[in-house]
Design a protein around this ligand. Structure first.
Ligand SMILES: C[S@@+](CC[C@H](N)C(=O)[O-])C[C@H]1O[C@@H](n2cnc3c(N)ncnc32)[C@H](O)[C@@H]1O
Length: 235
């Protein structure tokens, strides 16, 4: 008999995916959305055996964690995945959002600012770090992923209707703004697909080296605080 695949969908909210273990915080943590999950839990408290998970998927979750927590989670997800296991992570595309922001009207900057910094209607609804193609490639390859693929959407018409991108329809962003009451927006998102390419490595050392890149000058005490925040947490 074929072994049942373990596929995790973290931070699912109301997007329940059949075939996945859908996991999110309980309804009491949500102020404005419905949530439907198989398991109500903080994803930071999950633990799976090493090399047992086939796929881990999260859409608009990773940016809600501090830089040290996010690195710890990515390392943990790497450990759980089987070799060749798939990681799929979608977040706002910080680089494209920043490019748009610079040229945007003040009205659009308010909306882009919310996309970059979060919606702030619940204690989890704050974005704490940036994610972009170059950062995904750098961080994930250090932790032990390869075989990268990216999908970038400059608005959600492209993600809802893939044909819109290929026929250039989605470039008509002025028109999209008029469709905002139907749920269309002009906000850039990125989906990163990567596979676990090697076994466990010295995760704490890799995390430390990545965190050092965010230091301004010789902020040794700040680095120590970042590391102390995650030091007792199992990867
Ligand atoms: C912006 S919503 C994204 C929902 C859905 N994945 C989507 O793409 O539409 C972020 C979701 O992550 C969940 N979330 C945030 N922090 C979490 C945590 N520590 N543990 C579990 N879920 C969390 C929130 O409850 C929320 O449902």
């Amino acid at each position: 008999m074929e072994e049942k695949k373990i596929k995790l969908h973290l931070g699912c909210q109301e997007k329940y995916l059949p075939g996945y273990i859908n996991i999110d915080l309980p309804p009491s943590e949500h102020t404005a959305q419905e949530v439907r999950a198989d398991l109500y839990a903080d994803v930071r408290d999950l633990d799976y055996e090493t090399n047992t998970v086939d796929e881990i998927r999260s859409h608009h979750l990773l940016e809600h964690f501090s830089r040290q927590e996010a690195l710890l989670l990515i390392a943990r997800w790497h450990r759980w995945l089987k070799i060749g296991g798939l990681l799929v992570v979608e977040t706002p595309d910080f680089e494209e959002s920043a490019k748009k922001f610079v040229k945007a009207s003040l009205d659009d900057q308010f909306v882009l600012g919310r996309h970059i910094f979060g919606s702030h209607e619940a204690s989890w609804a704050y974005h704490k770090d940036f994610w972009s193609e170059t950062k995904y490639r750098y961080v994930l390859s250090k932790i032990g992923f390869d075989d990268f693929k990216f999908e970038k959407f400059s608005n959600n018409l492209e993600s809802k209707i893939p044909l819109a991108k290929s026929i250039g329809l989605s470039k008509a962003e002025g028109a999209l703004k008029n469709l905002s009451k139907f749920g269309f927006n002009f906000l850039p998102n990125i989906v990163c697909y990567a596979k676990k390419s090697r076994g466990e490595s010295d995760y704490p050392d890799i995390i430390k080296k990545i965190l050092e890149k965010s230091m301004v000058g010789s902020e040794v005490k700040i680095l120590e605080a970042w590391l102390s925040d995650i030091k007792d947490k199992k990867i």
